[in-house]
Write a protein that binds this ligand. Structure first.
Ligand code: 3HC
Ligand code: NAI
Length: 697
C-alpha cells in the first residue's frame, strides 16, 4: 500500500485500485493530479498488476477540475498530461464511476480504456455553466465516444445525463446497481485477454462524415436560448474541430478556445456565482453544528398563486403537504391548478403518470386550520394584509405542534409584527418564495428579531432539500430583493417621465441579458400588486418626501389595466398568444404626466438608461449592506440571479458594478444626483469603499 495525501492505491487480486481521496467532491487539485500520475506509474511498473480500476472515495468520482485553482498559475502536471499518461498506460484501465463525474472528472474517465458506473451516477461536462469549455480533451473525446449530436447537446447545455443514457450513448460500457469496486474488478479481469483495448482519442467512426449543418443549428439555438453567452459557441467550435482535425490538433484548438473563455468576464462572473451560491449558505453566527429540526410533513395556508406552487415543492421531494383554504370552492380551484401544472409536465414527457399520481397523493386539501396540527413546518400564503396575517398567526400558534417552524410568505410585511401575535416568536421566519413558486429557484429567508438559530439553520436546510437557492435577509421593507426592485422600478418610471420610451427602457434591459425589462415584469406580475403596496406606503407616510414616479402606473390600474391578466397594462397583449405590442397611449400618458409635473423631457440614450437602472440597484444594495439587512454583496448577486432573471453571466448587480469600477459608478451617481437628488440617497458604505479603494470582496 502506497499512501499519498489525496490519492492512494492498493492491489487486490492482481488488479491495481487507484482511489482519489480529496473530499468533499474529489476535485482534481494539484496534489490529486500528481498522486494520480505517481500511482499509475507505480502500478504500471509492478509486474504483478494486470489491470487497473480508477475510483473516487466518498460521495463521488472526481467532480472536475479544482475551480478554486482557476486564475492561478497552472502547476504541472496539468490535467491533459495526467489524461495522456492514463491513455498511454501499459495496463488496461477501467474508470468506476459513482456520484457526479463532471468536467475534468469525466474527461479523465474518457482517457481510461473503459468506463462502468453505478446506476445513480450523473455524468456530464458542465464547464459552460462556469463560462468555460472542457479543457482536458472533453470536446475531442466525447464526440468520438457518443457522436457529435450527443456531445454538442451535453457540452453546450452543461446538463448531466444519467447512467442509462450514458450506456445507450456509448460513453460507458456497463451499469451496476451496487458493489462498484467488486464489479469493476470483475469487468477489467474479463477484458485482460483482449489483444488491444479501446482508446477514445483513436476512435474515428462517430466523427467521420458529419453533416456540418448540425453546428449551425446548435449555434442558432444557443444564440436564442443563451443570449449574450460566448462559451457555448466556443464549445461548438471545439467540437467542430474534432470532426475536421487530427486529435492532437483538435486538442490544441480546444486549449486555445478554453483560454479565451477562461480569461473572459463571462467566466469570472459565473465562477463568482458558483461560489456565491455556496457562500450564501454560511451564516456567520450560526455554527455548523446547530440543531436541525426534522421536517417530514408540511402545511401551506392559502392555495392561491403562491400557496399552490409552494405546496408542489414539498410534494416534489416526497414530503406530504396539507393545503388549507377558507372555502371548499377556493380549495378545489387551487388543487385543480396544481393538478394542471403537473399534467402539463406529464404532457411534455417530463413526468410519468405514476409520478404524477404519487405527487398528487402527497397533497391533501382541507378547509379547517386544525389540519396543520401535525405539520413540522407551516407556510402561510394568504393575502398580503397585516391584520389578516396577524390573525392567522395567532390561530396557527394555538394549533401548531411544538417545534413547528412557522413561516410566512409575505413579500413586504414586517416579520416581527407578525411574530408578535404568537407566543413563540423564535419559531417565526419569513420564507419569501418567488413566482411561479414551483419554478423559481430563489428562497429569500427572512430573519426576525427573535427567530432562533435552530429555526434559521433548519429553514436554510429545508430550502436546499426542496431544491431552492436560499439567501438570508434581514427584516426591512421588501427585504433584499423587493427593496432594491422598488428603486429600480421607480427609476424606470422616472426615465419614462423624463423622455425615454417604455419599449426602449425594456429593450436596453433585455439586451443587457435580463429575462425581461421592468415594464414587462410589471405587466407579468400584475400592476395591481405594486398599486396595493404603494397605497400602504402612502397610508404609512413612507417615501412621502421622495419624488413620486408611479403616477402613470396608478392611472393604468384605475383604468383596470393590470397587465397580462387583463390583456393590457404598459403593453397590449394578444389574449391568445400573449404576444405583446407597444401601446402608444402609455407613452402619451407619460408625456402628459411630465407636463403636469413640470418635468423637462429630453432624449435619453441607452447608456444612461442602463446605468441609471443598474446603479439604482447598486446604491440600494449598498444601503442594505450598510444597514446589515444582507450579509454580503454576493448574497445580493445570488438573489438577483435566481429571483429576478438577472443574467448570471454578468455576475449579479453588485459584481457587475464592481467590474465596471465602483469609483466610476459613484461618479455616475453623483452626476445623476445633480438633477434628481432624492432618487439617489447618499450611501456612506459605497463612498467609504471608493475612498479606501476597496471592493466588495
Ligand atoms: N472545485 C472546487 N471546489 C468544488 C468543486 C470544484 N470542482 N465542486 C464543488 N466544490 C466545493 C464547493 O464549493 C463546496 O464547498 P464548500 O462546502 O466550502 O461551500 C463543496 O465542494 C461541496 O459542493 P456542493 O455544496 O456543491 O455539493 P453538492 O453535493 O451539492 O454538489 C457537485 C456536488 C454536483 C459536484 C457540485 O458541487 C458541482 O456541480 N460542482 C462543480 C462541478 C463542475 O463544474 N465541474 C467542472 C469543473 S471545470 C473543469 O473541470 C474544467 C476542465 O474541463 C479542465
Ligand atoms: P392570492 O390572492 O393568489 O392567494 C391568496 C390565497 O389565500 C387565496 O386563495 C385566498 O382564498 C387564501 N386565503 C385568504 N384568507 C385565507 C384564510 N383565512 N385561510 C385560508 N386561505 C385564505 O395571493 P398570492 O399572490 O398567492 O400571495 C400570497 C402571499 O404571497 C402574499 O403575502 C404575497 O405578498 C406573497 N407573495 C406573492 C407573490 C406573487 O408574485 N404573487 C410573490 C411572493 C410573495
Amino acid at each position: 500500500m502506497n499512501e499519498n495525501k489525496t490519492v492512494e492505491y492498493e492491489i487486490i487480486d492482481n488488479i491495481g485500485i487507484i482511489k482519489g481521496i480529496n473530499p468533499p467532491v474529489n476535485a482534481l487539485s494539484h496534489s490529486v493530479r500528481l498522486g494520480l500520475i505517481n500511482s499509475l506509474t507505480e502500478l504500471n511498473n509492478n509486474q504483478k498488476v494486470e489491470g487497473i480500476v480508477l475510483i473516487g472515495d466518498g460521495r463521488t468520482f472526481f467532480a472536475g477540475a479544482d475551480i478554486s485553482e482557476f486564475g492561478k498559475p497552472m502547476q504541472q502536471p496539468d490535467l491533459n498530461n495526467v489524461i495522456k499518461t492514463f491513455e498511454e498506460s501499459k495496463k488496461p484501465i477501467v474508470a468506476a464511476l459513482h456520484g457526479t463525474p463532471l468536467g475534468g472528472g469525466l474527461e479523465l474517465a474518457m482517457g481510461c480504456n473503459y468506463r462502468v458506473a453505478i446506476s445513480s451516477t450523473k455524468l456530464g461536462l458542465p464547464e459552460v455553466k462556469l463560462g468555460i469549455i472542457p479543457g482536458a480533451g472533453g470536446t475531442q473525446r466525447l464526440p468520438r465516444l457518443a457522436g457529435v449530436e450527443k456531445a454538442l447537446a451535453m457540452i453546450t447545455s452543461g446538463i448531466p445525463i444519467n447512467a442509462s443514457d450514458a450506456l445507450k450513448s456509448g460513453i460507458i460500457e456497463e451499469v451496476f446497481e451496487d458493489a462498484l469496486v467488486a464489479n469493476a474488478i470483475s469487468f477489467i479481469k474479463s477484458k485482460l485477454q483482449e489483444e488491444s483495448h479501446p482508446v477514445a482519442s483513436k476512435l474515428t467512426n462517430k466523427i467521420s462524415n458529419v453533416n456540418s449543418d448540425i453546428f449551425e443549428e446548435f449555434s442558432k439555438k444557443i444564440k436564442n436560448k443563451l443570449r449574450g453567452r460566448n462559451s457555448p459557441l466556443c464549445a461548438i467550435e471545439a467540437v467542430k474541430a474534432a470532426t475536421e482535425l487530427e486529435f492532437f490538433q483538435g486538442l490544441e484548438k480546444e486549449r486555445e478556445l478554453f483560454k479565451l473563455c477562461h480569461d473572459s468576464n463571462e467566466s469570472s462572473s459565473l465562477i463568482h456565482m458558483f461560489f456565491s451560491e455556496r457562500q450564501a449558505l454560511k451564516i456567520p453566527d450560526i455554527p455548523k453544528e446547530t440543531k436541525i429540526l426534522p421536517i417530514n410533513s408540511a402545511a401551506v395556508i392559502g392555495c392561491g398563486t403562491m400557496g399552490g406552487g409552494i405546496a408542489m415543492n414539498f410534494a416534489n421531494i416526497g414530503i406530504p403537504v396539507t393545503v388549507i383554504e377558507n372555502s371548499q370552492d377556493s380549495l378545489d380551484k387551487g388543487i385543480k391548478i396544481i393538478e394542471k401544472n403537473y399534467s402539463n409536465t406529464v404532457a411534455k414527457g417530463r413526468m410519468s403518470e405514476d409520478d404524477f399520481k404519487n405527487k398528487m397523493s402527497l397533497i391533501k386539501g382541507a378547509t379547517s386550520l386544525e389540519s396543520i396540527s401535525s405539520a413540522d413546518v407551516v407556510v402561510e400564503a394568504v393575502f398580503e394584509e397585516m391584520s389578516l396575517k396577524k390573525e392567522m398567526f395567532e390561530r396557527i400558534d394555538k394549533i401548531a405542534k411544538e417545534n413547528c417552524i412557522l413561516a410566512t410568505n409575505t413579500s413586504t410585511l414586517d416579520i416581527d409584527q407578525i411574530a408578535e401575535s404568537t407566543t413563540r416568536p423564535e419559531y417565526v421566519i419569513g420564507t419569501h418564495f418567488f413566482s411561479p413558486a414551483n419554478v423559481m429557484k430563489l428562497l429569500e429567508i427572512v430573519r426576525g428579531k427573535h427567530t432562533s438559530k435552530e429555526v434559521i439553520a433548519s429553514t436554510m436546510k429545508l430550502a436546499k432539500t426542496i431544491k431552492k437557492v436560499p439567501v438570508l435577509a434581514g427584516n426591512c421593507d421588501g427585504f433584499i430583493g423587493n427593496r432594491m426592485f422598488h428603486e429600480y422600478v421607480r427609476q424606470a418610471h422616472a426615465l419614462a417621465e423624463e423622455g425615454a420610451k417604455v419599449a426602449d427602457i425594456d429593450r436596453v434591459i433585455y439586451d443587457f441579458g435580463w429575462a425581461m425589462g421592468p415594464f414587462a415584469v410589471n405587466d407579468l406580475a400584475g400592476n395591481d400588486v405594486g398599486w396595493r403596496i404603494r397605497k400602504r406606503h402612502k397610508q404609512e407616510g413612507k417615501y412621502d418626501n421622495l419624488r413620486y414616479t408611479s403616477t402613470v402606473a396608478d392611472q393604468l390600474c384605475e383604468l383596470g389595466r393590470y397587465g397580462q391578466k387583463t390583456n393590457r397594462g404598459f403593453y397590449i397583449y394578444d389574449p391568445q398568444t400573449r404576444q405583446k405590442q407597444i401601446d402608444p397611449e402609455v407613452d402619451m400618458m407619460f408625456e402628459k404626466v411630465a407636463k403636469e409635473k413640470g418635468i423637462q423631457r429630453r432624449e435619453i440614450d441607452d447608456n444612461e438608461i442602463l446605468h441609471r437602472l443598474s446603479w439604482a440597484l447598486l446604491n440600494t444594495g449598498c444601503m442594505i449592506l450598510e444597514e446589515g439587512f444582507a450579509l454580503r454583496a454576493s448574497d445580493i448577486d445570488v438573489t438577483y440571479a435566481y429571483g429576478y432573471g438577472y443574467p448570471h453571466w454578468r455576475g449579479g448587480p453588485m459584481r457587475y458594478a464592481q467590474d465596471y469600477g465602483l469609483k466610476k459608478v459613484l461618479e455616475d451617481i453623483e452626476s445623476f444626483r445633480k438633477n434628481n437628488s432624492d432618487m439617489w440617497p447618499k450611501c456612506n458604505y459605497l463612498e467609504e469603499l471608493v475612498k479606501n479603494n476597496k471592493t466588495f470582496n
